[in-house]
Design a protein around this ligand. Sequence first.
Ligand code: AMP
Length: 441
Amino acid sequence: MHFTELGIDTRLETQLAHQGITSPTEIQSQAVPTAIAGHDVFAQSKTGSGKTLAFLLPAIHRVMKQRALSKRDPRVLIIAPTRELATQVFSQCRLLIAGTSISVVKVLGGENFNDQVKALRKDPQIVIGSPGRIADHLEQRSLQLSGLELLIFDEADRMLDLGFAPQLNLINEQANHRLRQTLLFSATLDHAQVEVTSRNLLRAPKKIILSDAHQQHGDIKQTLFFADHLDHKDALLKHFVTQDNVGQCIIFTATRNDTVRISELLNTLKIKAVALAGDLPQNKRLDIMDTFSRGLFKVLVTTDVASRGLDLLSVTHVINFDLPKQAEEYVHRIGRTGRAGFKGIAISLVGPKDWNSFVAIKNYLNDTLSFESVDGLEAKFKGFRPPKPKTTKSEKVKPAQPKAAKKPLRRKPTKPKKAIPAPFDIDGHAPLRRKPKPTEE
Ligand code: AMP
């Protein structure tokens, strides 16, 4: 199949050909014509399957072919959960609109607000941003969405996990008119909150579900290794990173401190490694991503900030030094390899502290994960047994008593008292007085 069969403008097809992209992937063949026909889309497709082009092509096609609803407001708004992912989408968009009069602006947290206001005053047709910063601009009225034609949510599930539901609702309300079209994409949309939120965001969407988020990714070989403690994990890590078949490798850790510690450890082995964590300034983060993508480092050690948005075909291995708490995050982390039809290897180290996460991931992936061991580096730890269900005292001794008949009420029922807030929440913490503002990753 060729891109022209999808109905996109020939200028787009030429731009794709310059990038060596000649035939659409499955998600593109299905989502592009559906979106061009004007339907809302709810699409789930595995990591690295070409989702970005699946929404960028119909978006740019629309800007090229149809008259704008408003000359001042952006026509397309694309929201992505992390700065890295938004930057990735922005770069692809810029390649596609090269040589046209279409303009795109990137609006991300951590970057200068006033510079963004100036860029937005130039009335770009396409805006790409992270939810928190887009909401800030809406509140300051430096961005208005009454003329918005196409609203796109990339990885909406992650935005909800990060606590951005209020910002997504604000964006939705400010662009809430009959002519708006909405597209929602991710590899993991089977998420209870996504179900609820998408009912608000989408109107009679066409569902395109090309992958089961719970199924193993066919291009990624996934193996797990038990580890007894930190030193054991370090020894396993050294073993894997020094194998001959490793091209570029991304290592995920639970803590920022470990990103630095492990990159230093690898540097002592003469392996070029760099640490990337969310607390670094935005320009430093982009700089690290850029040097890694240019192949100047063999290994990137990071936390979940890079679990979505890094699209490098040279990444042959992903190593989970620690397992992520959320099963969906595991799917996105390992999806940094095995992209665009290439094969990849995902290795996860499972110590006692990772056990609960492992159980959650195993259940999410329908029990398809398997353990292996390295000669000379076998672990004593083999997982914990599930706890036996407890029988309560009352179950043991008390036979069920028949219910006594209710006495009639003598006193007049009093007015119900105003509820007094409990001193602690269900999770045992003092209740929050105000909802905390989520921070962008
Ligand atoms: P994505 O899932 O959008 O992050 O894309 C994953 C990778 O596949 C990126 O490197 C894209 O450039 C590449 N890609 C997307 N569409 C195609 C296509 N139709 N043919 C070949 N490669 C593609």
